[in-house]
Design a protein around this ligand. Sequence first.
Ligand code: SAM
Length: 274
Amino acid sequence: MDPRLQRRVQRYGWDKASLAYEQFWRRQLAPAQERVRALADVAPGSHVLDVACGTGLVTFPAARAAGAAGLVVGVDLSQEMVNLAAERARTLGLAQVRFERMDAEALTFDAASFDVALCALGLMYVPEPQKAIAELHRVLRPGGRAVVAVWGARTRCGWAEIFPIIDRRVASEVCPMFFQLGTGDMLRNVFEAAGFTEVRVERIAATIEYASADDAVGAAFAGGPVALAYSRFEAQVRNEVHAEYLDSLAPYRDAGGAGYEVPGEFVIARGIRA
Ligand SMILES: C[S@@+](CC[C@H](N)C(=O)[O-])C[C@H]1O[C@@H](n2cnc3c(N)ncnc32)[C@H](O)[C@@H]1O
């Protein structure tokens, strides 16, 4: 897929998903985000970069940990995500945090500007993740650390049918390499290839709970990476994709029968810039 097209699909897709994102994903992504925060271990006064920051679910806790003497910058490809996060920063009165629209593969910061660089569940959407990891490495000061979370292997993510269901209806693949980084040693390899040392990788098994079919469908189509394609579907196609997706989740119905408990896996890596 043309990288420019992938970036456009991501940028405008996440613009569309921005308002629904926290409603559908906040609880589901929390285990990965909490682990990123723990491994980041942000100290008061730190300078922190959060790449693909979305609405700031990882950025704001980092800003609180860095405190008034710190500086935390969240960047994201989607202007709507950046606007939402900036608005929240103003509401919270957190002067040490700011947000900018920026591509993970082309950070505009000087080398060695940050103590900590984070990227929670954003790297799967980047056309060339190796470039984005190299950028994290470049902007860290020597001794600084990067922590990255991605979704795990396709076979361990029960919601994975979402991609072929969309791809059968639109010409462009939404995220061709989505599960690649979470497979085998891939994340460790890209960290080491970028020059990180002391690389540590963890896999976390998670259960993605949806209270209802509406929640499962909302998370998959309105609040996530396929939101742009979905927004262009007619009502009938929407009904078809909902039905196909719910069929694919049928093995994961919860005990009550109204909701779903879908298996998921996160892979989290931490590395130090030598
Ligand atoms: C699943 S959200 C994760 C947001 C946040 N890190 C969190 O943990 O809630 C993925 C984010 O990646 C952003 N994104 C996708 N491609 C990107 C790129 N090339 N550069 C920067 N951000 C990107 C999207 O706009 C979206 O906000």
